[in-house]
Design a protein around this ligand. Structure first.
Ligand SMILES: NC(=O)c1ccc[n+]([C@@H]2O[C@H](COP(=O)([O-])OP(=O)(O)OC[C@H]3O[C@@H](n4cnc5c(N)ncnc54)[C@H](OP(=O)(O)O)[C@@H]3O)[C@@H](O)[C@H]2O)c1
Length: 257
């Protein structure tokens, strides 16, 4: 059986950059997201330029059960040796300004689908010469996120879940790495309705830089990685600052006043 790298949220942004890096290194790909035409054009770009096989499996991970169906289709006759759980989105604003279903969808994509795919991948990889899992969290996992609370909470889960599993799997053939990006220039800010916030106006890394840092950390089986010196300094500072002060700083970044 041939090996594949499965990337969720591969239709744009950081996920598409993961796909480009993986293809350059000769990995076959399974690309998933909802936007099938973007996935198809990325797949043909990578098939043609790197001679790898790129398979497109569209899925809406907000639908309960979609992650399991995706995994079953992805592994039908194939071996997945790298899983990048990158799909995710945010909702910026006071909690009750959004219908509850929007928050439920966020948790389904950012938390439940990621957890289900990680769960399914571990046994599959153990039975097939091992593998690597990269879960995309955020630097927001390290601090409270006023006006971004379900998103921040989802990313705190991703970081804690991944760090715990990384220890649990230590010494085995499967590794789990958490990538914690700071602000990155992608469509994320439009989707999260962040226009007018200080966070959206802050200096940002490119999705290519962030994906490269994450890919390299996964390759060396690191537990956690934070791309960018300024982001690493911020995460370091959170160890010493009171949670109330962190919440006040984050409120300034995420409020639209
Ligand atoms: N940009 C930042 O500043 C930043 C910072 C920290 C962490 N992150 C994290 O980085 C990851 C990638 O985000 P990005 O910045 O590259 O944003 P992006 O450009 O908006 O890409 C998000 C990806 O997730 C996919 N996605 C969203 N909802 C989905 C659903 N219901 N089902 C399946 N796929 C879905 C999107 O594909 P479709 O719309 O085609 O479904 C897209 O491919 C996310 O987990 C995000 O939370 C981003």
């Amino acid at each position: 059986m041939t090996n594949y790298t499965l990337i969720t949220g591969a239709s744009q942004g950081i996920g598409a950059e993961f796909a480009r890096i993986a293809a350059r290194e000769g990995h076959n790909l399974i690309l998933t997201a909802r936007n099938e035409s973007s996935l198809q054009s990325l797949a043909s770009e990578l098939d043609n330029s790197h001679g790898i096989e790129a398979i497109v499996l569209p899925a809406d991970l907000a639908e309960p059960g979609a992650a399991k169906t995706l995994w079953d289709r992805a592994t039908d006759g194939r071996r997945v040796d790298r899983l990048i759980n990158n799909a995710g989105f945010g909702l910026n604003g006071p909690l009750t300004d959004f219908p509850f279903q929007d928050h439920a969808d966020l948790l389904e994509v950012n938390v439940n689908a990621l957890t289900r795919l990680t769960y399914l991948a571990i046994d599959h990889m153990m039975a097939n010469d091992g593998g690597r899992i990269l879960n995309v969290a955020s630097i927001l996992a390290y601090l409270p996120g006023p006006y971004f609370s379900t998103y921040g909470g989802s990313k705190a889960f991703v970081l804690a879940f991944s760090e715990g599993l990384s220890k649990e799997l230590q010494g085995s053939s499967v590794s789990v790495t958490a990538l914690c990006p700071g602000t990155t220039r992608t469509g994320f800010f439009d989707r999260a309705q962040m226009e007018g916030t200080k966070a959206a106006a802050s200096s940002m890394q490119t999705p290519g830089e962030v994906a490269k840092t994450g890919w390299e950390a996964m390759t060396r089986r690191a537990r956690t990685v934070v791309p960018g010196t300024a982001n690493r300094a911020l995460v370091f500072a959170t160890r010493f600052a009171p949670r109330g002060a962190l919440a006040a700083t984050a409120a300034k970044l995420f409020s639209k006043a």
